[in-house]
Write a protein that binds this ligand. Structure first.
Ligand SMILES: Nc1ncnc2c1ncn2[C@@H]1O[C@H](COP(=O)(O)OP(=O)(O)OP(=O)(O)O)[C@@H](O)[C@H]1O
Length: 313
C-alpha cells in the first residue's frame, strides 16, 4: 500500500481552555485534490498550520509523506508548499526578484531559478508583470504570486488556505484554472474554503469540518447523496396523476405530495436505494411513467444542512 500524502490521527489542538481540534483523524491519498470545507472558526487553518509545521499539536499525530510533522519538520517542509490565509508580500521587490528571494531561501541555484521563474510566472499568468513592483499588483495578482512562491521548490503537496478569498469572480475563475493545471501536473492539493460550490467542481474529495471535528469526508457526489435528507422528486406520467399522488402519499419517506400540470412533485427523505424502490413500486402498480427525476440539490444547501449553519467559533 502506498503511503498517504497526509495522515492525521487523533489530532487535537487546544488554545488555553478552548479546543479547536477534537481528536481529528483522516488521510489523503497522493494525487488527490482535497477540499477542506467548514464555516468560520471550524479549525481549517489550525489543521493546515499544523501540517505546515508552523503550529504544534496538543496531542495526536500528523504525517506528511510518511514524516511526522513534529519530528521531521525539515523533511515535511521540502514536500509542501503552503499558502496561508493571510500573507504579506515584500512590497519593495519586483515580482521576479520576489521569486528569486524565495527560490534562494530554498537553496535553489541562480541558474536554475533563471529557468524556472519565467515558467512559474507563466503558470500563474503573471508574465507581463515580471518587472512590476509587488505593491503595484492587484489582490488577485498578489494571491497568484503567493501561489507561485509556494511552488518554487516544486513541492509534491500544496496546502492552500482559502486561496480565492477576497477575489472577484473573474479572479476566482483564474485561480481555479491554475489549480486545475497543478492537478494535471500530479500535485496533491489540500485547499480550504467556506464555500463548497466554489470547490466542488475541481476537487476529487471533500472533508467537512465543524467545531474541530470532521463530520463528513468523501467524494462530492457521495457526500451530497448521503446528506440529502430531503430531495424533491418530479414525476411525469402518461395519465393518472391524481391516483399516483395518492399512492405516493402512502409510501415510506414521502412527505408533501403536490400535483400540477407538470406532473407530481414529492418531498422524499430516503436514500438512493429507497428512491429506486419507490420508482419500482410506481411501475409495479401500473403507472406509466414518462420521467422520474430529482430536482438538483444546490451544494450550498447541502453544506448548510450538514453544518447546520452558523459559525463554529
Ligand atoms: N492563537 C489562537 N488563540 C486562541 N484561539 C484561537 C487561535 N487560533 C485560532 N483560534 C480559535 O480556534 C478556532 C479555529 O480557528 P481556525 O482559524 O482554525 O478556523 P478556520 O476554520 O480556519 O476559520 P476561518 O474560515 O474563519 O479561517 C476558532 O474558534 C479560533 O477562534
Amino acid at each position: 500500500m502506498t503511503t498517504p500524502m497526509i495522515e492525521i490521527e487523533n489530532l487535537t489542538k487546544t488554545y488555553g481552555s478552548f479546543t479547536a481540534l477534537k481528536s481529528m483523524s483522516m488521510s489523503i491519498a497522493k494525487g488527490t485534490v482535497f477540499g477542506f470545507v467548514g464555516p468560520n472558526g471550524a479549525g481549517k487553518s489550525t489543521t493546515m498550520s499544523i501540517l505546515a509545521t508552523l503550529l504544534a499539536p496538543t496531542s495526536g499525530t500528523a504525517k506528511v509523506g510518511g514524516y511526522e510533522v513534529t519530528r521531521h519538520p525539515q523533511e515535511v517542509r521540502k514536500l509542501i508548499g503552503y499558502m496561508p490565509d493571510f500573507f504579506g508580500v515584500y512590497d519593495h521587490f519586483k515580482t521576479t526578484e520576489y521569486l528569486h528571494f524565495y527560490g534562494a531561501s530554498y537553496g535553489i541555484p541562480r541558474a536554475e531559478r533563471e529557468k524556472m521563474i519565467p515558467q512559474l510566472l507563466e503558470l500563474v499568468n503573471l508574465t507581463d508583470k515580471a518587472d512590476f513592483y509587488v505593491d503595484s499588483l492587484s489582490r488577485g495578482m498578489k494571491q497568484r504570486l503567493c501561489l507561485a512562491r509556494c511552488l518554487v521548490h516544486d513541492p509534491e503537496l500544496l496546502i492552500l488556505d482559502e486561496p480565492a478569498s477576497g477575489l472577484d469572480p473573474r479572479a476566482r475563475i483564474e485561480m481555479r484554472e491554475i489549480l486545475k493545471e497543478l492537478k494535471s501536473m500530479g500535485k496533491t492539493i489540500m485547499i480550504s474554503s467556506h464555500i463548497l460550490p466554489e470547490l466542488a467542481e475541481m476537487v476529487d474529495e471533500i472533508g467537512v469540518i465543524e467545531h474541530g471535528e470532521l463530520i463528513a469526508k468523501g467524494k462530492v457526489q457521495d457526500i451530497q447523496n448521503r446528506m440529502r435528507t430531503n430531495r424533491t422528486l418530479h414525476i411525469r406520467l402518461m395519465e393518472g396523476e391524481k391516483e399516483a399522488a395518492e399512492f405516493l402519499r402512502d409510501q415510506p419517506h414521502v412527505s408533501m405530495v403536490l400535483e400540477d400540470e407538470q406532473g407530481v412533485h414529492a418531498h422524499f427523505g430516503g436514500q438512493d436505494e429507497e428512491q429506486a424502490e419507490l420508482l419500482g413500486a410506481l411501475i409495479a402498480k401500473g403507472f406509466r411513467i414518462v420521467s422520474f427525476s430529482e430536482a438538483q440539490t444546490n451544494l450550498e444547501d447541502v453544506f448548510l444542512e450538514i453544518t447546520k449553519g452558523g459559525d463554529s467559533a
